[in-house]
Write a protein that binds this ligand. Structure first.
Ligand code: FAD
Ligand code: NAP
Ligand code: SF4
Length: 675
């Protein structure tokens, strides 16, 4: 029986004249950290090879600078000398083995360079970087154009099918194209024609150097999302000039890194920015790629079917699942491990100079290190707890050939992800639970729900190994009045849906305190209404003049919330590096009162008494919600060991401090690889 093509637009080849891409999916550029690691290129080759094997139409590498000043950091990678070519060969050969195509991204960071030798259009420091750039001389600018062209020629020699010239996200070319960062009065500043000259001349020089049969993608900032960004007619003029200069494809760039509008976080509605590429479709003739928060084949198909673009770019979804395209093509989309947009193991790592990976797929960027060979000794293994740790362990161990049975006291799998998924803006967490359900079914893993386990019944069942993935218990506090009926745990709010009054105090401002505050202040369903969301973050969809920024229009908060912590540091300072500011800004817009540096004195009929700088104050509230961290839940361990059972601890059951799903899943996978 033949199956109809499930995603006809996404899977349709695209003819670029001199070459054809096998489908409309571009894997967007991502720095992995392997580029700079000792011996990292072999690992990088394995990483890209897996994505080529997985059916991606065109891969774009992480950014590599065309010269030293443009490097991301002092030891950032560069393509400027003939000896740089050899190691890239390993990558291109690996991709070509599987009929894949790959472009090298050329990225000059300009004022975003994290070193003291940075340069830019004008000597204006970026708000997100301590280094002030030097203004480039005209000679330096022409030299940089030449460096781009030379780097492209070297990329060609290294076997790449093309290059992507990075002209968005607030990097050098974008710094020249916008008045925000370009205050020059010479032929590189002032009029748009002058400001866009660097980008246009770079494409022209590159085309001259590489000849006609080489892909040149230009990543154009279609929405700067910063004050002093370009107006729509300017973006269009630049796109036309880039086309005329010899680009093969224009890719869409959304928002500078310093923009205060979220563009890729999980709370951004899916495909939230494809409308801007659709507008550009009317203006140019070369293929356009659209991007940002496209994470399922259904969304990709819809965007293409609606004519918003000729291709879709997905970056993080290829960390989450290397075989995204092939699974979709084989009508097995439900088996795709979906990117949940959390940034926790990808961007947050890169910004901390750590190797990128993926929360839901710990194998990403560890293809040669975290491997799962068939077991030689099949074991019967009981896994207690179907949270992220237990689920990850079970699937990987079962793939290796072990006989796994899962037990959970709850009525559904997912553990704490079942609470996370209810927080407005975190609906993507449903996808991870869906993925594990499909895997369990496919692997034939036996699951016992509503099945709380004791050490005795586990030991009696005679398993070879017991894996305790029993998670955590919320921390019990010792505050006078903690037993008052006003007090609830976050589980009573999120899991048991107990009613909560209009005025609420939240004890603990970690990830869960923030999520609970969001849950209490945001109307259900509002976050995924694109128009409302754009208004809330001040993005003017109809922008013509003055850039796309409009005043933010926050919704009225559902409740009055006081979010408290004992630390005197910034509330929310410990949240994710690339997403913490979004959580803080979201709650600020809801008028949440953030109170650092307090000690909790008493909870009484009126509310909670706190002390700040020795001054007691009463916060009158209807309820006090405790989100004060957690402790490991591993009661079964001691008894099991005493009964002679071999036991392993993973996830929260092992260490609760600083636990997150990233560690839980990785630990489950690592145990499965070695058991
Ligand atoms: P758990 O998910 O706690 O699972 C333990 C399982 O064991 C449960 O299903 C429980 O029913 C079962 N169990 C316990 N005892 C027994 C027994 N005796 N018999 C049978 N079954 C038993 N993390 C992130 O990384 N990113 C986030 O954005 C994020 N957001 C969150 C939002 C909220 C609101 C919450 C509550 C948590 C969030 N987390 C987040 C934390 C993340 O969910 C946890 O770190 C992760 O779930 C821990 O996984 P685990 O498998 O160790 O334990
Ligand atoms: P957490 O981040 O460790 O926060 C615990 C909070 O409780 C802190 O604000 C802490 O602040 C307070 N606290 C600790 N001990 C206390 C005590 N004895 N009395 C009063 N307050 C106390 O833990 P969490 O919020 O429970 O989150 C659990 C894990 O889930 C986290 O590690 C987090 O990574 C993960 N998570 C992540 C996200 C995300 O978006 N990435 C979202 C939710 C959860 P003070 O000590 O200053 O009072
Ligand atoms: Fe997506 Fe989170 Fe994985 Fe990054 S870490 S790729 S955002 S699921």
């Amino acid at each position: 029986m033949t199956t109809a093509n499930p995603y006809p637009h996404m899977l349709e080849p695209i003819d670029l004249g001199f070459t054809t891409l096998k489908n409309r999916v571009l894997m967007g550029s991502m720095h992995t950290g392997l580029e700079e690691e000792n011996g990292g290129f072999s690992k990088l080759a394995a990483f890209y090879e897996e994505r080529a094997k997985g059916g991606c139409g065109l891969i774009v590498t992480g950014g590599v600078s065309p010269n030293t000043r443009g490097r991301v950091a002092p030891f950032g990678s560069e393509m400027s000398r003939f000896w740089h070519v050899k190691k890239h060969r390993e990558v291109t050969d690996a991709v070509h083995k599987h009929d894949g195509k790959i472009c090298l991204q050329l990225l000059h960071t300009g004022r975003y360079a994290y070193h003291p030798f940075s340069v830019s259009a004008s000597a204006i420091k970026a708000p997100i970087n301590p280094f002030k750039p030097k203004e480039m001389s005209s000679r330096q600018i022409w030299g940089t154009i030449n460096d781009y062209a030379k780097a492209s020629r070297l990329a060609q020699k290294a076997g790449y099918d093309g290059v992507e010239i990075m002209g968005s996200e607030g990097y050098l070319i974008n710094q020249f194209s916008c008045k925000r960062t370009n205050h020059r009065t010479d032929e590189w500043g002032g009029s748009l024609e002058n400001r866009m000259r660097l980008g246009v001349e770079t494409v022209r020089a590159t085309r001259e150097k590489v000849g006609p049969n080489f892909i040149i993608i230009f990543r154009l900032s279609m929405l700067d999302l910063v004050e002093g960004g370009n107006e729509w007619h300017e973006v269009v003029t630049m796109a036309k000039a880039i086309e005329e200069a010899g680009a093969t494809i224009i890719n869409t760039g959304i928002g500078w890194h310093e923009a205060r509008v979220p563009t890729i976080a999980t709370s951004v509605p899916r495909a939230a920015f494809t409308w801007i590429t659709e507008r550009m479709k009317k203006e140019v003739n070369i293929p356009l790629v659209t991007t940002n928060r496209i994470n399922t084949p259904e969304v990709a198909e819809e965007v293409l079917a609606n004519g918003h673009a000729d291709m879709v770019s997905m970056a993080r979804p290829f960390l989450a699942d290397a075989h995204f395209v092939n699974k979709a093509a084989a009508n097995r989309a439900e088996e795709i491990n979906t990117c949940i947009g959390c940034n926790q193991a990808c961007l947050d790592h890169v910004f901390k100079q750590q190797r990128a990976s993926c929360l839901v797929n710990p194998v990403a960027c560890y293809e040669t290190e975290l491997t799962f060979s068939d077991t030689k000794t099949e074991k019967r293994i009981a896994v207690v707890g179907a949270g992220p740790a237990g689920l990850a362990f079970s699937c990987y161990a079962s793939e290796r050939g072990h006989k796994v049975e899962i037990f959970d006291a709850a009525s559904e799998i997912g553990g704490q992800f079942n609470f996370a998924k209810q927080v407005p803006g975190k609906e993507e967490f449903y996808e991870t639970i869906r993925y594990f359900n499909v895997q369990i079914e496919k692997l034939g893993i036996k699951v016992h729900l509503n099945s709380p386990q004791t050490a005795e019944n586990l030991a009696e069942a005679g398993f070879d190994e017991v894996v305790l993935a029993t998670g955590i218990k919320p921390r019990q506090l010792d505050i006078p009045g903690i037993d008052h009926e006003k007090v609830k745990t976050y589980l009573q709010v999120l899991r048991d849906k107990e009613p909560v009054g209009q005025k609420v105090a939240v004890i603990g401002a970690g990830g869960i305190g923030f999520d609970v505050s969001m849950f209490l202040t945001e109307k259900e369903g509002l976050v995924n209404n694109l128009d409302e969301w754009l208004k809330e973050w001040g993005v003017d969809r109809n922008y013509e003049e003055g850039g796309a920024l409009a005043p933010m229009e926050a919704h009225k908060a559902e409740r009055e919330v006081f979010l408290m912590q004992r630390k005197t540091s910034k509330v929310g300072g410990g949240l994710g590096k690339t997403t913490g500011w979004i959580h803080r800004a979201s709650l600020q817009k809801k008028g949440v009162n953030m109170i650092p540096g307090c000690s909790y004195k008493e909870i009484n009929d009126k509310g909670i008494v706190i002390e700040i700088n020795g001054e007691p104050q009463l916060i009158e509230v209807d309820h006090v919600i405790v989100c004060a961290g957690q402790e490991p839940n591993r009661e079964l361990q001691e008894k099991l060991v005493s009964l002679g059972q071999s036991v392993h601890l993973i996830g929260g059951a092992d260490v609760a401090a600083e636990l997150d799903a990233k560690r839980a899943i990785r630990q489950g996978a690592e145990l499965a690889a070695s058991i």
